[in-house]
Write a protein that binds this ligand. Structure first.
Ligand SMILES: C[S@@+](CC[C@H](N)C(=O)[O-])C[C@H]1O[C@@H](n2cnc3c(N)ncnc32)[C@H](O)[C@@H]1O
Length: 410
């Protein structure tokens, strides 16, 4: 049987939505399975885009669907999934309703098909619209408190592409050559969708892709001047590259050989050096001492919700708590390895207090507060000397990922 053109992409998007919402997979994991059978890059991109937009606007899409059904459809009912996909195509991608119907209804048969057709027709006749920014789920609203609305509003706009430069002294040169904006030395911001490997400087390794917020932990360690730093939980290695470029002698450790492979490739491309260790930080013992440790701990990654909107629905109290337990153990090990006079920076790309402030207040070291002059214009340390960023900050410049960063000396 020959498929309606575009149907495989929609089918793959449905599979991805199901894998995230009902099996707890990340969008990236879900992609690997669902996109295997799709050949064309345009279809793959479409499937990805539909699934991501459904994740971003899920609460609003469901409210629309519920407003047009007499009996609430169960969360995992296929007509609900197909309707989410149809609404996203119409309201976010401006696909005309008749084209949405033609490409999505073949995903259903019989009664469910008639139901989806009826609900979609009702909503398109009503000319429903999405709000300016996605609505947070109740759980997210509770956790993010008075920042929730602003953070969600920032998700309506696609994030820009940030590059980190190997040589900060060349910021002006690369901003000119790449036609980008710089918000800090060594940082260039370009519009989203710029094809990375065709940009000047890629082949020669003059820069790598790294969100501005993700560069802040390593920046807070300053220049290395040959001193030794342990980059604990280092892969895929954006911070390792920064530290090596800033003159640190870097030992980069991670448990994942697959992720470390990307670090090796990046080191080769940029001509930077680091000792690489594949090990579990919970059992590994260092054979030497370090002047600094950067612990960019595994976390729920809710701060990356602009690029990974699946975190809005996949992450709950259980995952946050599990991560917090692991972070606490990793912090305890890092603290125990530090000699007198050394520095610890702890970072997570999470918006959850339990993974950030909740961990930092228990570190038994002397805090070295983050100061205003260390930060790009528009960012500020909080009143406790921690640094907290979120996607709603720097709104006029395109925002940044959410991070928590703390710093101490022993
Ligand atoms: C937030 S990511 C690190 C990102 C990295 N610092 C960068 O800038 O590209 C967390 C990393 O922790 C690693 N990890 C998780 N548990 C670990 C453990 N027990 N020991 C060592 N690494 C671990 C994961 O493999 C993952 O690469």
């Amino acid at each position: 049987m020959v498929d309606t053109p575009g149907l495989p992409a929609r089918r793959a998007a449905l599979r991805m939505m199901d894998a995230v919402l009902h099996r707890g997979e990340t969008l990236e994991q879900a992609e690997r399975g669902a996109l295997r059978s799709i050949n064309g890059p345009a279809d793959r991109a479409l499937a990805r885009a539909i699934a991501a937009e459904v994740m971003r606007w899920l609460v609003d899409l469901d409210a629309m669907i519920d407003s047009a059904t007499k009996k609430r459809l169960p969360d995992d009912a296929k007509p609900r999934s197909v309707l989410r996909l149809m609404l996203v195509q119409w309201l976010r991608f401006d696909t005309p309703p008749h084209a949405v119907i033609a490409t999505a209804l073949p995903l259903l048969t019989g009664g469910p098909r008639r139901l989806a057709h009826g609900v979609f027709s009702t909503l398109s006749k009503r000319e429903v619209t999405l709000p300016e920014g996605p609505t947070p789920s109740d759980a997210v609203a509770m956790r993010w408190g008075d920042r929730a609305q602003d953070i969600m509003a920032a998700l309506a706009v696609p994030p820009p592409l940030d590059l980190a430069l190997r040589d900060h002294a060349e910021t002006e040169k690369w901003a000119g050559e790449l036609g980008g904006e710089s918000l800090a030395p060594g940082h260039i911001r370009l519009p989203r969708g710029t094809p990375v490997d065709q940009l000047p400087g890629f082949e020669e390794g003059a820069w790598w892709v790294q969100d501005l917020a993700a560069t802040l932990p390593a920046r807070l360690l300053g220049a290395g001047e040959g001193r030794r730093v342990l980059d604990l939980c280092a892969a895929p290695g954006g911070k390792t590259l920064q530290l090596a470029a800033a003159g640190w002698t870097v030992t980069a450790l991670d448990i994942s050989e697959r992720r470390l492979e990307r670090l090796r490739n990046n080191l080769e491309r940029t001509g930077l050096a680091a000792e690489i260790i594949t090990a579990d930080a919970l059992t590994w013992q260092p054979a030497k001492q370090f002047d600094a440790i950067l612990l960019d701990a595994p976390c729920t990654a809710t701060g990356t919700c602009r690029r990974h909107p699946d975190v809005l629905h996949r992450i709950g109290q259980r995952q946050i708590h599990e991560m917090a337990e692991l972070q606490q153990k990793l912090l305890a090990r890092a603290v125990s390895w530090l000699p007198e006079g050394s520095t610890l920076v702890y970072a997570v790309c999470s918006l959850e207090e339990e993974e950030g402030e909740g961990q930092a207040t228990n570190v038994p070291l002397r805090q070295k507060p983050v100061t205003q002059d260390e930060l790009p214009t528009g960012l500020h340390p909080d009143s406790n000397g921690w640094l907290r960023t979120d996607p709603a900050m720097l709104p006029d410049a395109g925002g940044l990922d959410g991070f928590f960063i703390g710093r101490w000396v022993k």
